[in-house]
Design a protein around this ligand. Structure first.
Ligand code: GNR
Ligand code: NI
Length: 171
């Protein structure tokens, strides 16, 4: 059990592009376990490796409700191969932008292709909250944050708030 610190904006690692994983070895299995531990502890429904400063293309998720049996999902080198035509609006938050929630528009359905912890290729169709979470997590692997989809006014306000906090913390 290892809970790793979650990076907060404006940490530059949250804006970088993560590297593909070449082999699903013990180091990756330990990383996945640590990411799940960190996500459940937070608590959150998803976590991408760059959020703990590891610049690798791996995300974890669990959409099970509190009190339900956990359903951990680990996706290595995930890619969205299809976005549906319908759009849904849901409220999003991010552990790297704590305590703020904004409505975001995204495609309602996606098809995602990834490698699982056994090194097997998996293709999965998702809708609802899982589709949102997949898109949110995969964006993290490319340095994209959900606030990038807000109006410039809202986005700049969020960025300013966290820039100020970082400056205060560095004094
Ligand atoms: O815990 C999280 N909740 C959440 C709610 C709505 C849409 C996306 C998310 S992901 C977020 C955890 C996180 O920051 N993952 O990167
Ligand atoms: Ni996030």
């Amino acid at each position: 059990m290892a809970i790793r610190p979650i990076l907060i904006i404006p940490d530059a690692r949250l804006r970088a592009v993560a590297d593909p994983i070449v082999e699903v070895d013990e180091e990756i299995k330990t990383l996945a376990k640590d990411m799940l531990d960190t996500m459940y502890d937070a608590p959150g429904i998803g976590l991408a490796a760059p959020q703990i400063g590891v610049m690798k293309r791996i995300v974890v998720m669990d959409l099970a409700a509190e009190g339900e049996t956990p359903t951990p999902l680990v996706m290595i080198n995930p890619e969205i191969t299809k976005f549906g035509d319908e759009i849904q609006v849901t409220e999003e938050g991010c552990l790297s932008i704590p305590e703020l929630y904004y409505e975001v528009e995204r495609p309602s359905t996606v098809t995602v292709k990834y490698t699982d912890l056994d090194g097997k290729e998996v293709t999965k169709d998702a809708d609802g909250k899982l589709a949102v979470c997949i898109q949110h997590e995969l964006d993290h692997l490319d340095g994209v944050l959900y606030i990038d989809y807000l109006s410039r006014l809202k986005r700049d306000r969020v960025i300013k708030k966290f820039d100020k906090q970082a400056k205060l913390a560095a004094r």
